[in-house]
Design a protein around this ligand. Sequence first.
Ligand code: 13P
Ligand code: SF4
Length: 311
Amino acid sequence: NLQGIDIRAEIERLRKERNAVILAHYYQKPEIQDLADFVGDSLDLSRKAQATDADVIAFCGVRFMAETAKILSPQKTVILPDMDAGCSLEDSCPPEQFAAFRAQHPDAIALTYINCSAAVKALSDVIVTSSSAEKILSQIPKDQAIIFGPDRNLGGYLARKTGRDLILWPGVCIVHEAFSETELLKLKAQHPAAPIVAHPECPPVILDHADYVGSTRGILEYAMAMSGDTLIVATEPHIIHQMEKALPNKTFIGAPGADGNCNCNICPYMALNTMEKLYVALRDLQPRIDMDEDLRVKAKKSLDAMLAMAS
Ligand code: 13P
Ligand code: SF4
């Protein structure tokens, strides 16, 4: 029973007492983004987790992100406010099936999106994030066969953009799949001067209308640099919080789903984290990420390759 407890004050007290750093993704609730020590995209959050000298990493994001923090910083206690904060891309790619897929393409290397389990990372050669994928792909010889999973939309986007042939795993993000082209075009007709920005997890019918495609950080940077006063944002709408904070006089509109509003594009996994659960996690140091050391070492190889090639 948390009644009568000043949650925010308790979080402040505990973060000092525990020497904890609070890392948050841009898809977290505004109140969590506002108290975090650092808010970022998947790549920047990985780098922060690796570099921190805190004893505890309170990871406000989804499980694969917290696992990545643990893989890179094994001596730290990594807590995740809700252990059920998964990801539909991770769910689409069970490690046994991924191993079988690899076995069907023995000459291919596995370039794998960070949105996957530690077991799939351990089966991969190089991990990428949406902000680093193009740079990493450009360093792989042109004649090298490549498996790309689990996101077929990011993989398809990369293949179209670079002209490379990628063997795609058929996973999707349920959040980015939910945008409606029809509703987006209706919105665009109401705001003809507003550019559209989109995350590469969106399907091609959405990406085809985008003026800019990039990671959450890339999308934010586009917003900061734009000269117009209205922007249509085709990614999880919580990122708009950072835009409104930095540019209060501009208008940011979440791209719509089939019902005409952007509520169906809220990530249900990210939304599981709350201030109350963050407080309890800092208090109890639970739920905590634990990982088999053999698995961690194997998964770290592909993440280290990412960090080296993305730098
Ligand atoms: P970013 O790396 O662009 O922050 O993407 C993470 C994610 O889960 C997008 O759905
Ligand atoms: Fe996974 Fe999609 Fe949620 Fe990102 S938005 S964490 S890819 S389900």
